[in-house]
Design a protein around this ligand. Structure first.
Ligand SMILES: [Zn+2]
Ligand SMILES: [Zn+2]
Length: 183
């Protein structure tokens, strides 16, 4: 398994500071790849990642794997948890790796690399074999479905439209599930 210390410079450059979230994130991502038997230096085009936070830890996904949001292989599921699920579309194997809450550095800890280096993987994270049920429209590749919302006129891809009781396929916003209000 690759050493998380080899990624510290890249993490610092990408994330802007070196924090526990980065260090743990590197370790979580490397562990997830290792469980799937994937080489972090390879392209791993069949790897999908389900990230449960958009805090520091999330940036380590790009630092290690190079996967960006626009590839449709990186999902943000804002559960507010320091955990990532790794799915190999080739084998359908999936593992969820979560940071344990038992170990925490002091607020004024000066050397986070040395601090976290004192703990083994089993002490800082848990791993579960999981199944991620995905629909065909959730997979990378060309959109299987694209409809124009009859209310706002905007296109909706990937089956994210909502069918109203009157049969019209509208966008989530127009169906009442929007996250914004028109100002
Ligand atoms: Zn950070
Ligand atoms: Zn709409």
């Amino acid at each position: 398994m690759a050493d998380w210390r080899d990624y510290l410079d890249k993490a610092l450059a990408y994330h802007g500071h070196l924090c526990s979230g980065q260090i743990l994130g590197l370790r979580v991502v490397l562990k997830g790849l290792d469980l799937l038997g994937l080489d972090p230096k390879a392209q791993n085009r069949d790897l999908m990642l389900f990230v449960e936070t958009n805090r520091c830890l999330a940036d380590s996904v790009f630092v290690v794997t190079g996967v960006t949001l626009g590839r449709r292989r990186l999902w943000l599921l804002d559960f507010g948890k320091a955990a990532i699920t790794f799915l190999d579309l080739n084998t359908r194997l999936a593992f969820r790796v979560a940071v344990k809450s038992t170990v925490r550095p002091a607020r004024d800890e000066k050397d986070l690399v040395a601090f976290w280096g004192r703990y083994g993987d089993d002490e800082v994270m848990t791993c579960q074999k999981v199944v991620v049920p995905l629909k065909p429209e959730d997979l990378p590749g060309r959109p299987l479905r694209r409809v124009a919302c009859p209310i706002c006129g905007e296109d909706v891809s990937d089956g994210r439209d909502v069918i109203l009781p009157d049969g019209r396929a509208v966008c989530r916003h127009c169906a009442g599930h929007g996250y914004y209000l028109i100002a």
